[in-house]
Write a protein that binds this ligand. Structure first.
Ligand SMILES: Cc1cc2nc3c(=O)[nH]c(=O)nc-3n(C[C@H](O)[C@H](O)[C@H](O)COP(=O)(O)OP(=O)(O)OC[C@H]3O[C@@H](n4cnc5c(N)ncnc54)[C@H](O)[C@@H]3O)c2cc1C
Length: 308
């Protein structure tokens, strides 16, 4: 297992922001990951699992503890039952293309989502009217508190819009199985290409970003539309700016810090609250230390979550 001290994290986040981790480990297998977490737990050492770092704001001060990056655990199998099984670190675009070539449908929505299987399960990643929950069969999950690995089925996961029952501070997704119906490969590839082209037209290319910053507050109210109407596209804090292409994307113009990004998120929330009386809730997770004031940006629920 690759195991380094004082590792810079910015290159492992799609936003290209993040200071050093005390230690960075790249387990090569599920067994290595399970052993590592058990060891860290036994020694009472803090840890954080990441995949593609594509839905994550990492503190510019870095992370005091061990970061476990799953991206070398990438095995994929098609099982006799027709299920597609993938280790936590397999990338969604690769998985989607692999499945399409094999005539397995259902992952066309995921071709432009630069995350891993583990991150996609935790986030219930979705796009183009579908999401992980639509094809999810089961996942092998390590509960770090008990050290037990369990197979969790769809009914255990309580999938909702961009969330599920698992807590990434406690549960580690080791692998997942997806239920994917057969279809003609050319047809699947056509739908996949269509989704890819739509993204090229509607999302910023060039500057580092972490996808949508905020969740849609209501099913019929897209955060991007509300932000656009609230006139956020001219907002900027230091080297962090709202994308001119998509008002729900923050881009790193070069050398932006996590403090600048949070200050910008706060301004975006304020603009939408002033105009629409709606609270926007970040989709991103955070890693590292932030002040209570900064974390107040996260301490809100969408209108739908409030009713639950
Ligand atoms: C250009 C761009 C476009 C995007 N488009 C979309 C989109 O259309 N739809 C969408 O839903 N998202 C989108 N995203 C966001 C992101 O790609 C997804 O949320 C993705 O599923 C995150 O996966 P990741 O591996 O990068 O997770 P990370 O960012 O590495 O981590 C996110 C969270 O998951 C946890 N985690 C990661 N792996 C594991 C694991 N194995 N076990 C337990 N916890 C784990 C982390 O601890 C963290 O809390 C986009 C991002 C970008 C940059």
């Amino acid at each position: 297992m690759e195991d380094v001290q004082n590792a810079p994290l910015a290159r492992f986040s799609t936003l290209k922001i993040g200071g050093d981790a005390d230690r960075l480990c790249h387990p090569q297998s599920v067994d290595e990951l399970v052993t590592l977490v058990a060891e860290l737990k036994k020694n009472n050492q803090p840890w954080y699992v990441i995949g593609g770092g594509s839905n994550l704001l990492i503190a510019s001060d870095g992370y005091r503890g061990t970061v476990i990056r799953t991206t070398q655990m990438t095995n994929i199998h098609i099982l006799e039952s027709g299920l597609l099984e993938a280790e936590a670190g397999a990338r969604l675009p690769h998985l989607a293309k692999h499945a399409a070539q094999k005539g397995l449908a259902g992952l066309e929505f995921a071709v432009g989502i630069p995350g891993t299987v583990g991150g996609a399960v935790i986030m219930n990643a979705g796009a183009h009217g579908s999401s992980i929950s639509a094809i999810f069969d089961s996942a092998l999950v390590l509960d770090s508190q008990t050290g037990i690995v369990t197979e969790m089925r769809s009914e255990d996961m309580a999938f909702q819009y961009r969330r599920c029952a698992l807590d990434p501070a406690r549960h580690v997704v080791l692998s997942a199985k997806f239920n994917m119906p057969s279809d003609i490969p050319e047809e699947i590839e056509k739908r996949t290409r269509h989704n890819e082209e739509y993204r090229f037209k509607t999302q910023p290319l060039g500057f580092p970003n972490a996808g949508s910053t905020f969740k849609n507050p209501l099913p019929d109210k897209a955060a991007g539309f509300l932000l656009d109407q609230a006139g956020v596209k001219d907002l900027k804090q230091g080297n962090a700016a709202v994308s001119s292409v998509h008002a729900n994307f923050i881009v790193n113009l070069g050398g932006a810090t996590s403090d600048e990004v949070i200050a910008l998120m706060k301004q975006m929330q304020e603009r939408v609250r002033d105009k629409f009386k709606l609270d926007l809730v970040p989709e991103w997770k955070t890693m590292g230390k932030f002040t209570d004031e900064q974390m107040s940006v996260w301490h809100k629920k969408t209108a739908v979550e409030n009713k639950q």
